[in-house]
Write a protein that binds this ligand. Structure first.
Ligand SMILES: [Zn+2]
Length: 272
């Protein structure tokens, strides 16, 4: 072999070793520092450490809090990857999103039909959510506002039909931005309700006085706007001014006051 060439290779190798020696300790030092900061959060998960560190490198603009929350939600992976069956400790606080699903045979045990006065068709919600929704709608009517349910509990099979129809129409990439895959729909929990004011189409609900009222009052009845305009990167869904989720007054009030999503709230306070 050409001696000169061998020498060049040797020099390159030595340079690479020197660079590595300089970079690796710096990276390790940085990682150690980040790790110390991560550990201060109560929702830090040891098993997610390497994911926090890689996510931090790709998203240096995010705070440590955001790094932990997003990774715990699953956002360091594309939607619908690393999915798992959701854990049900309290059936009112089920988390269903693009990383947590309900089995095809999950049907809430206490579904009740919403009084037709507050609904535009025969729709069901879990008893607590149904009663709260009826109260909400009744109170709104006292202010001459018309808030009616137009979609509530949906079975796995119904969601499957709905999603497949959207995929046929728009393709799966587009459909995923506005429709949940079967098992991943909050409507299967019996705790989500889509509303309209019966005048404008539901997609224009945010242009109504009813929406303005909902924004300030839904939490008082235990409901939250589940897919807000400025949180699409966390929820993974387009803005849905018509979709409300029941979680009870205490949790809904916290979410309202702190302007966070249920996904974040769940990771921080319920995922113990
Ligand atoms: Zn909905």
């Amino acid at each position: 072999m050409n001696k000169k060439l061998l020498l060049v290779y040797l020099i390159i190798l030595i340079i690479l070793i020197i660079i590595a020696q300089l970079i690796i300790p710096k990276q390790n030092k940085e990682n150690n520092l980040v790790t110390e900061q991560l550990k201060k959060f109560s929702y830090y998960k040891k098993e997610n450490l390497s994911r926090y560190l890689s996510y931090k490198q790709l998203n240096n603009n995010l705070s440590i809090n955001e790094i932990i929350t997003n990774v715990n939600i699953g956002l360091d992976n594309p939607y619908y990857t690393n999915i798992k069956e959701t854990t049900i400790k309290d059936p009112i606080l089920i988390l269903v999103n693009k990383y947590n699903y309900l089995k095809d045979n999950y049907i809430p045990s206490n579904l009740e039909t919403i009084n037709e006065k507050y609904s535009t068709s025969q729709l069901k919600l879990v008893l607590e959510a149904k009663l709260a929704f009826e109260q909400l709608s009744e109170e709104a009517s006292k202010h001459n506002l018309n808030i009616k349910a137009m979609s509530a509990y949906r079975s796995y099979t119904y969601q499957e039909t709905l999603y497949n129809r959207y995929v046929q129409k728009d393709g799966s990439i587009k459909a995923d931005t506005y429709s949940a895959r079967p098992g991943h729909s909050e409507h299967q929990t019996g705790l989500a309700v889509d509303v309209h004011n019966t005048v404008l189409p539901y997609t224009s609900f945010d242009k109504t006085n009813e929406f303005t009222w909902m924004k300030e009052n839904a939490h008082k009845y235990g409901f939250i706007l589940r897919y807000p305009k400025d949180k699409t990167n966390i929820t993974g869904y387009d803005y849905e001014p018509w979709h409300y989720r029941y979680i009870g007054i205490e949790h809904a009030t916290y979410i309202y006051e702190n302007n966070i999503t249920f996904d974040e709230y769940y990771i921080k306070y319920l995922d113990k």
